[in-house]
Design a protein around this ligand. Structure first.
Ligand SMILES: Cc1ncc(COP(=O)(O)O)c(C=O)c1O
Length: 355
């Protein structure tokens, strides 16, 4: 099938004249800035003077993109930075889905924001569950479910909350047969044995890849997420986003964080080692029925008495995610991999549980 961006873009977005901010018109760094109604006397946070917080931030976060480009090799025009990748998810709906007319496909159990964003934007969600035994994509059912109003297909790999990666062959088939956008959410890719698929962007004009600084980079509080895609899709993102969507503090600190690749790689190794150790230890506990294999920084665990165990853990101040009400995750708790001490404590408490 042939992907044509104009065939799936909403008419109002095609016609949209984006907001033009004062700082986009003049690119120079020096000058007397009397264009954006800022406070020229200074910022009320004086200890962060070097951040110039009295000035609006760079709308397109060019320094950040240039530095990230050195890490992942992607040109800056293929990158969008958002207020978390959740912002990118929302923009995808606003760009491509007409409320009450279009639909998207999600493959539950998966990350809940795809459906929430669809609901906020009044867009129908077609659910094609993962295959129960393997948590792999049900490629045939996905292809059958696509209709003329299907605009987006969300694939999360490694998937939250199951932890497994989706087979590339299935993703490839969907990319080839669908003339809408396939959103591949790689929030947990750093913890996976599979590499990111960003190199596939050159082969698939309908591929959008999401990543985030919230997981391996340890910056969930900063709210910085990314979408990688063809230049024309990124242009659409930039047209829709609020002009100053990443504040100066986040831009500046993210820029500093990107110097710490070695630390991040070290953490990733430690988390993977811990993940395997915790999975092994859990398997030995009598109330644990199954530990699902994981390529992420969490594990999904089926237990005997899910609500009782969840409450018991909580009473001991061990907070995990109860996924019991999620289809195909009945009886399951999701444990984020913590520090060695935290994991040991969680294991100890689990062993103490008496039904
Ligand atoms: C699969 C997946 N995608 C995206 C996100 C959100 O990331 P961000 O913090 O960048 O909004 C999460 C957060 O848990 C996630 O699990």
């Amino acid at each position: 099938m042939k992907f044509e961006l104009n065939n799936i873009l909403r008419e109002n977005i095609k016609k949209l004249v984006p907001y033009s901010s004062a700082r986009e018109e003049y690119k120079g760094k020096s000058g007397i800035f009397l264009d954006a109604n800022e406070n020229s006397f200074g910022s009320s946070i004086s200890f962060l003077e070097e951040l110039n917080l009295n000035r609006y931030p760079d709308t397109l976060q060019l320094n950040l993109k240039e530095k990230f480009s050195k890490i992942n090799g992607l040109p800056t025009h293929n990158m969008f930075f958002g207020n978390g990748s959740d912002e990118a998810i929302d923009i995808l709906f606003r760009a491509f889905c007409d409320p009450q007319k279009d639909n998207v496909i999600v493959c539950p159990p998966t990350y809940g924001m795809y459906e929430v964003s669809a609901n906020i934007n009044d867009v129908e969600v077609q659910k094609v569950p993962l295959i129960a035994e393997t948590f792999q994509l049900d490629e045939a059912s996905i292809l059958k479910t696509i209709n003329t109003n299907t605009k987006l297909i969300f694939i999360c790999s490694p998937n939250n909350p199951t932890g497994n990666g989706a087979a590339w062959n299935s993703i490839k088939t969907i990319l080839e047969k669908f003339n809408g956008i396939v959103v591949l959410d790689e929030a947990y890719v750093n913890f996976s044995k599979c590499e990111s698929r960003i190199n596939e962007l050159r082969n698939y004009p309908n591929l959008v890849i999401l990543q985030t600084l919230s997981k391996a980079w340890g910056l969930a509080g900063l709210r910085v997420g990314m979408a990688f895609a063809s230049e024309c899709i990124i242009d659409v993102f930039n047209k829709i986003k609020p002009p100053y969507n990443i504040n100066s503090v986040s831009q500046n600190l993210a820029l500093k964080a990107l110097d710490n690749c070695e630390q991040v790689n070290e953490w990733v190794k430690m988390i993977i080692t811990e993940r395997e150790r915790v999975a092994d230890e859990m398997q030995k506990i009598s109330i644990v029925l199954k530990v699902y294999p994981s390529e992420a920084n969490f594990i999904l665990v089926k237990v005997t008495d899910v609500n009782g165990i969840y409450k018991f853990l909580e009473s001991k101040l061990i907070i995990v995610r109860n996924r019991n009400t999620v289809a195909l995750c009945e009886g399951c708790l999701r444990f984020t991999i913590g520090t060695v001490t935290e994991n040991n404590e969680a294991l100890k408490i689990l062993k103490e549980y008496k039904s």
